[in-house]
Write a protein that binds this ligand. Structure first.
Ligand code: F6P
Length: 339
């Protein structure tokens, strides 16, 4: 068989691990592997590259994607054009590492033989317990906090660290817990500002520096709304710029100097952790096996500690937000973290 591999949407550490492991496994099974360049653009424009062992070897250790990706072009209104361009590539089927938006676009293409690998650093895809890239993003956050704590303590300041996560708080929660931040703000739990003020005033009596982690989707408003995103999923409405807003609010409310830092795309560009490498090795192999067995329409999810095939629709549901009273929230509270 000639099998294509495509990476779509925003990049996540581990994409190259998926490409390398799926390619290695497919080649070992005697198949030919073709990389589609730049996400859907590669299909429309017929841009591909042969994926040989030499082409992929060692790439798993780096973030980014050796195929390139794009979160701009979709398939809506271009289904026929996509189908015709895809047919020209002469592929038996396609392995795609992408998010729910990428899969939704591909589901609209009639007869496409597809295997999905759920991808986002945000960890908020349905149908899987974890997504690759998440562990790496958390480790970037916790390493940043470990460093920032030194300057916070030196200057007796509050440092607000804004993390990615769009409208979900997994990265702030995981990274904040791993580095024992003092406070964690996530979109799923409206901030009780008066309790937060009391918490900070109390800390001010004895603690030199404070680290507050705020997910980019957290808001100072007391209620969070939902809206439909461009792929049709119902997501929480983000209040972007929370790091800056929160540090200003702190300085206005209490006499304590505050700074903020936005970690941004650093969270997507760090070399994958061993946990993410192991996950992507296993997911890539399972995706290759599914293709080999002709089990199209499946995705390689991670459920109860194991990479497991699920129907691709399972990873396209409503975003999996942090339950407001999730056990990690309770663990954070037990550590004295304000959340
Ligand atoms: O969904 C993944 C993500 O990294 C979010 O955490 C973030 O809000 C968004 O992508 C950023 O996207 P872009 O690279 O298009 O700015």
């Amino acid at each position: 068989m000639k099998v294509g591999i495509l990476t779509g949407g925003g990049d996540a550490p581990g994409l190259n691990g998926i490409i390398e492991s799926a390619t290695r496994a497919l080649l070992n099974m005697g198949h030919e592997v073709v990389g589609i360049c730049d996400g859907f653009e590669g299909i429309y424009e017929g841009k591909t590259m042969p994926l040989t062992l030499d082409a992929v070897r060692g790439s798993h250790a780096f973030a980014g994607t050796l195929l390139g990706t794009s979160n701009r072009s979709g398939t809506e209104g271009r289904e026929k054009e996509f189908q015709a361009a895809y047919e020209k590539l002469g592929l038996e089927g396609l392995i795609v590492a992408g998010g729910d938006g990428t899969f939704r676009c591909l589901q609209a293409i009639e007869g496409l033989k597809l295997i999905g690998v759920p991808k986002t650093i945000d960890n908020d895809l349905s149908g899987t317990d974890v997504t690759f890239g998440y562990d790496t993003a958390c480790s970037v956050v916790s390493e940043a906090i470990d460093s920032l704590r030194t300057t916070a303590v030196a200057h007796k300041r509050i440092v607000v660290v804004e993390t990615m996560g769009r409208t979900s708080g997994w990265i702030a929660l995981g990274g904040g817990m791993a580095s024992m931040a003092d406070a964690i703000m996530i979109p799923e739990r409206p901030i009780d500002l008066s309790a937060f003020k009391t918490f900070l005033l109390e800390k001010h009596k004895s603690q030199r520096g404070i680290i507050v982690v705020a997910s980019e989707g957290a808001t100072l408003e007391q209620s969070v709304e939902r809206e439909l995103d461009k792929s049709g999923a119902s997501v929480l409405v983000a209040d972007y710029g929370i790091g800056e807003k929160l540090s200003k609010w702190i300085e206005e409310q209490i006499d304590w100097e505050a700074r903020h830092i936005v970690l941004g795309h650093l969270q997507r560009s760090h070399p994958p952790t061993t946990t993410d490498r192991f996950l992507t090795s296993a997911m890539g192999i399972i995706a290759a096996r599914l293709a080999d067995q002709g089990q199209w329409g499946k995705a390689a999810a991670f459920i109860k500690g194991q990479v497991t095939p699920v129907p691709i629709e399972a990873v396209m549901g409503e975003p999996r937000n942090v339950e407001p009273n999730h056990r990690w929230v309770k663990l954070a509270q037990s550590l004295g973290i304000f959340i």
